[in-house]
Design a protein around this ligand. Structure first.
Ligand code: DC
Length: 221
């Protein structure tokens, strides 16, 4: 690809966004920015400071000076917090809800969006998140909104976490996903939503290859 392009992929947890975005970044040889990782790292920071992730006053005391950096090693994103690689730590199940909570704070979103726009402004990239097409990059070249039935999404997350060695309960996981969906789509500032010009894809009965092909056919025209 010669021309700089940006691809926005939004949707709820387990919709297949990150797997598809990673594939696209490889196939198109462009950067992949996992914006959820940034909210997760922010939540980890609050947890390490013993701060309630919904306490805007306390969170606002550290957010402007947060030492959060994204680096790439062989095309794979690594998230650093205070100089330490936290890419694995942010995937711990208890960080998911904390990330959803902290991401509802306006001061957090403004900071993360500033970082995301800076990265996306420099190079071609595919970003996945909740508000990329609707708020972070309303002028993105391509926008997709991925979703799937909640039971399918819970099953996917369950398999993923099991493979990583976490002991999780499927029913509890589905409840947590429903709660996160609600939080993420009902917050006041830049909630999870389908941008008006985003292409909607229900991935419930589609394989990763099928979703990737659908998106590629739109991009390649
Ligand atoms: O995609 P994920 O599960 O890693 O995201 C974790 C949380 O971060 C999610 O519940 C909501 C929040 N998030 C957000 O508000 N906006 C984004 N662009 C990405 C994630």
């Amino acid at each position: 690809m010669n021309k700089k392009i940006t691809i926005a992929i939004d949707g709820p947890s387990g919709s297949g966004k990150s797997t598809v975005a990673k594939r696209l970044s490889k196939l198109l040889n462009i950067l992949y920015l996992d914006t959820g990782a940034m909210y997760r790292a922010t939540a980890l920071k609050a947890i390490s400071l013993g701060i309630d992730t919904l306490n805007e006053e306390k969170v606002s005391e550290f957010i402007d000076n947060i030492d959060l950096t994204i680096k790439y090693s062989e095309g794979v994103q690594h998230t650093f917090l205070d100089g330490k690689d936290v890419s694995d730590a942010i995937r711990e199940p208890q960080v998911s809800m904390a990330a959803s909570n902290i991401s509802s704070l306006k001061c957090v979103r403004l900071k993360m969006v500033e970082l995301q726009r800076k990265i996306a402004g420099q190079t071609s990239c595919v970003l996945d998140g909740r508000d990329i097409g609707s708020f972070v990059l309303p002028g993105a070249d391509f926008k997709f909104y991925l979703t799937a039935a909640v039971s399918v999404r819970a099953e996917r997350r369950y398999k993923e976490l099991k493979e990583k060695g976490f002991n999780v309960d499927l029913q509890a996981l589905q409840k947590e996903i429903e709660q996160r969906d609600y939080n993420d789509s009902h917050r006041d500032f830049a909630p999870l939503t389908q941008a008006k010009d985003a292409i909607y894809i229900d991935t419930s009965d589609l394989s990763i290859d099928e979703v990737t092909d659908k998106i590629l056919s739109v991009i390649r025209g």
